[in-house]
Design a protein around this ligand. Structure first.
Ligand code: G3I
Length: 305
């Protein structure tokens, strides 16, 4: 069971460290291992944030997932100024340098994140697809594998958990990569959901099964469950949230090739959502690091209850 973490909180909040090290065995860098903080200026690498997360994990017997080598959402502006030739060199160099730096310290990488268009019509229009064409995805996986022969290499996506145009497009993408012998090990389903409209477990299971049938691992990579739109008393809304966490995590627990469940943070005190949508209380612990009903829902799911 994993959580996205930030190095700043590891350094400044003993309660954060205590809850994290007690309940989780897998950490994903929520921000510090992305292109933006690591290579803000071309050729100048700052690994301090990611190194702090790795040091914490290794001191606490936890595994690390690197996130994310290639993602349009956290790419410095200088990347967008490059010619196609220069862009190819820059992407190749970034992957080799970062994956090489963290070799033997990460169990997995999100190599490419969110490359499929929101409506599933094709690839998302990004600096990478425009400058390098569709093969930037296969090339990123090949380069990551050369830089790190051991790490599990994942493609990571949001809103591709249920069956539909977007998950169909993800399925076709990774099926093509597998058929071409591209070194991809699995698909991450981010699972950012709302308690009032979440993917049905049977649909998630069917989607997982078809990916597993390709010889891939799957994981739940960034789960949080927003409850802002849920009606009722606070207790009722937290019970609904518990049920959603339980029913979705149970799908992964029942799938032998579902490699991990990672929550996108673990305390409502630090969630990307509250900086965006407010009062969604999307995680397993409240602002005071008290376990919420959702935590016990996840525990029951892992215990098959
Ligand atoms: O740490 C710096 C701080 O030093 C600086 O003063 C401040 C000024 O802007 O920025 C801080 O960095 C912020 C970082 O989060 C850490 O808090 C960045 O601005 C901010 O852009 C960054 O947002 C992250 C976002 O991805 C973009 O990288 C969120 O925390 C993170 O939760 C979010 O996660 C994404 C996944 O990577 C991909 N899937 C969707 C998910 C949610 O958007």
């Amino acid at each position: 069971m994993g959580a996205a973490v930030q190095s700043g909180y590891l350094a400044s909040e003993p309660d954060y460290v205590a809850a994290l090290s007690r309940h989780f065995s897998y950490v994903t860098a929520e921000y510090q291992m992305k292109w933006d903080p690591i290579q803000r200026e071309r050729g100048v690498f700052d690994f301090s944030g990611g190194d702090a997360i790795v040091a914490f994990a290794e001191a606490n017997g936890m595994r690390v997932k690197g996130h994310a080598l290639v993602w349009h959402g956290a790419t410095p502006s200088w990347v967008g100024t490059l010619s196609p030739r220069d862009l190819r060199d820059a992407v190749d160099n970034h992957i080799r340098t970062v994956a090489g730096h963290y070799r033997d310290h990460v169990a997995a990488w999100d190599v490419v994140n969110e490359a499929v268009a929101a409506d599933g019509s094709g690839l998302r229009d990004t600096v990478f697809s425009r400058g390098l064409g569709p093969d930037y995805i296969a090339d990123a996986f090949r380069t990551a594998r050369e830089a790190d022969p051991q790490a599990l290499l994942f493609y990571n996506e949001y809103d591709a958990e249920r069956k539909g145009p977007k998950s169909d497009r993800v399925y076709e993408l990774v099926k093509d990569l597998k058929l071409r012998g591209v070194p991809i090990d699995g698909v991450g389903m981010q699972m950012h959901v709302e308690a009032t409209s979440y993917p049905q477990p049977a649909d998630i299971a069917a989607n997982m099964h078809r990916l597993v049938a390709l010889g891939l691992l799957v994981n739940i990579s960034e789960m949080d469950v927003r409850i802002r739109t849920a009606s009722g008393t606070t207790a009722q809304r937290l019970e609904l949230q518990k049920r959603v966490f339980h029913d979705i995590v149970a799908v992964c627990a029942a799938e032998p090739r579902c490699h991990a469940v990672t929550f996108w943070g673990f305390t409502d005190k630090h969630s990307w959502i509250d900086s965006f949508f407010g009062a969604d209380a999307p995680l397993l612990f409240d602002e005071g690091y008290r376990a919420k009903p959702s935590f016990f829902g996840v525990q029951d799911a892992f215990l098959g209850r």
